[in-house]
Design a protein around this ligand. Structure first.
Ligand code: NAD
Length: 484
């Protein structure tokens, strides 16, 4: 795209014109930009960081999975001792581990840069703020750039919640980005928040040798997920983490020379304050909606920073769309990418809308926990009738073979139509297994469809078939449950 205003060039200001401007190059933003370009639009993608990919690729999903893989291998090797195979204490070269993680990220981000180039998507690096419903200004390293646009897609994401009163700025108080930087393996680390990030990063550092304490405000870990699915994880973490303090909160963090002194309050609070080398705060994320000058474009942003959209991902301003974390929970990359395609297609004149029956959630812990559709807790709270099929992995030959029989596969069905309405899995690779349930729900599969689908044996995925048989009463691997 050529600068349109040469008058501004001398002053370092360059005007550009695009059919579609995308603000933010995370999984939502780059997907929207690429899809719009593939549909024939002239696209400018604005990103403040050097690499494309946003939090997910650079400081989120991808690097955390690389580190979790290392953690699982360390733990798996230790567990083989019970089968007579010993590797001894692992020697951990933190620099190499960090470099390995960075190589994974670099490969993906470089791939994205190449894909942007191939599609002729122009990437502008800098911080963007709207100036009007058709103009956005970007503060780049080489000065301000003003871009005129026909349509814009806001994909500005979210950032970690900061707890007021905590000593922000102290390098020992970190968020998920700090945890992924892997600067050191702290001797003692406190994780604040028993949600997905807290549990995943706590798992990594525990396997690397840190003593982990975890504090969670709610009575259980991963609030929102069914307790029967969380229980096997909690049990395993009790052996890995030093303490799991549910129903407890941190009241104060005091900076001291020898560590961060933390004061607790609640049901499982320790008697005395504790001192840690590092404290990881993982208590959720807040949307970035208030940081983009949306008001200049007339886009409504609520007081928390979310931007409301319709099923076409359109904001209250007809030519401005929004996708990803900034439009609401769940803040997940796979939601953002699907929303992104809808926004790009609608701009290109296609009749797309975002209306999935469900968006699956996965905690990549050990064991993994994955769920989709309605949870059992939600069904009870909302008075939704359901029939349940529960298959314990203790009856799965494959789970026993890998020494991990603590898993559970649970399917929920509508009692009238017998269609699947929910699923939850805890166990090794639950995140891989949940995809089948999502497809079953989107396709309107019934209990018998899943039970009659020939699954390969012996696998963990056959536990879905067996859970459907449990609900149906046709199971033979276990005694069928008594009909109600
Ligand atoms: P979260 O909402 O998943 O969990 C935060 C936890 O912190 C909750 O359990 C909450 O009860 C607890 N909490 C809140 N305030 C607290 C306090 N003062 N003291 C103690 N506990 C407190 O948030 P997260 O783990 O920070 O993750 C942020 C977002 O990123 C989520 O939307 C999550 O879905 C997403 N994410 C997803 C994945 C994945 O899909 N695997 C991985 C990482 C992050």
């Amino acid at each position: 795209m050529k600068p349109e205003s040469s008058a501004a060039a001398g002053s370092g200001i360059t005007d550009m014109q695009a059919e579609v401007v995308v603000l933010g190059a995370g999984p939502g933003g780059y997907t929207a930009a690429f899809r719009a370009a593939d549909l024939g639009k002239r696209v400018v993608l604005i990103e403040k960081h050097a690499a494309l990919g946003g939090v997910c690729l650079n400081v989120g999903c991808i690097p955390s999975k690389a580190l979790l893989h290392a953690a699982h291998m360390i733990d798996g090797a230790a567990e083989l001792e019970s089968m007579g195979i010993g590797f001894g204490k692992p020697k951990i070269d933190l620099d190499k581990l960090r470099q390995g993680k960075e190589r994974v990220v670099a490969r993906l981000t470089q791939g994205l840069a190449a894909l942007a180039k191939q599609r002729k998507v122009e990437v502008v690096r800098g911080v963007a703020r709207f100036e009007s419903p058709n103009r956005i200004a970007v503060e780049t390293a080489r000065g301000a750039v003003t871009i005129g646009f026909d349509n814009a897609i806001i994909a500005c994401g979210s950032r970690p919640v900061e707890i007021p009163g905590f000593p922000h700025g102290d390098p020992r108080l970190i968020d998920s980005t700090g945890a992924l930087a892997l600067e050191e393996v702290p001797r003692r680390m406190l994780v604040i928040g028993g949600g997905i990030i807290g549990l995943e990063m706590g798992t990594v550092y525990a396997s690397l040798g840190s003593r982990i304490d975890l504090v969670e405000l709610q009575p259980g870990l991963i609030p929102g997920c069914d307790p029967d699915l969380v229980r096997p994880l909690q049990k395993r973490l009790k052996g890995r983490f030093e303490t799991l303090m549910t129903d407890t909160r941190v009241t104060e963090v005091k900076v001291q020379k020898g560590g961060l002194k933390v004061f607790f309050e609640g049901k499982n609070a320790p008697e005395k304050p504790q001192t840690y080398d590092k404290v990881l705060v993982a208590v959720g994320r807040v949307p970035n909606g208030k940081r983009i000058g949306a008001e200049q474009a007339g886009v409504d942003v609520d007081e928390r920073g979310f931007i409301a959209v319709d099923r076409h991902m359109r904001t209250n301003v007809p030519n401005i769309y929004a996708i990803g974390d900034v439009v609401g929970n769940p803040m997940l990359a796979h939601k953002a990418t699907h929303e992104a395609k809808v926004a790009a297609e609608v701009i290109a004149g296609r009749p797309s809308q975002f209306d999935p029956l469900t968006i699956p959630s996965v905690a990549y812990t050990d064991p993994e926990v994955a769920w989709m559709g309605v949870t059992e807790g939600e069904a009870k709270a909302r008075g939704i009738a359901y029939e349940k099929g529960l298959f314990p992995w203790a009856a799965s030959g494959r789970a026993l073979g890998i020494g991990r029989d603590e898993g559970l596969t649970k399917l929920l069905f509508d009692p009238e139509s017998k269609r699947i309405i929910g699923a939850g899995i805890v166990g090794v690779n639950a995140g891989e297994l949940i995809g089948e349930a999502v497809l079953a729900m989107e396709m309107g599969a019934e209990m018998e469809d899943i039970g009659l689908t020939v699954h390969p044996h012996p696998t963990l995925n056959e536990t879905l078939c067996l859970a459907a048989e449990m609900a149906h009463g046709s199971i033979t691997d276990l005694m069928p449950p008594r009909r109600r």
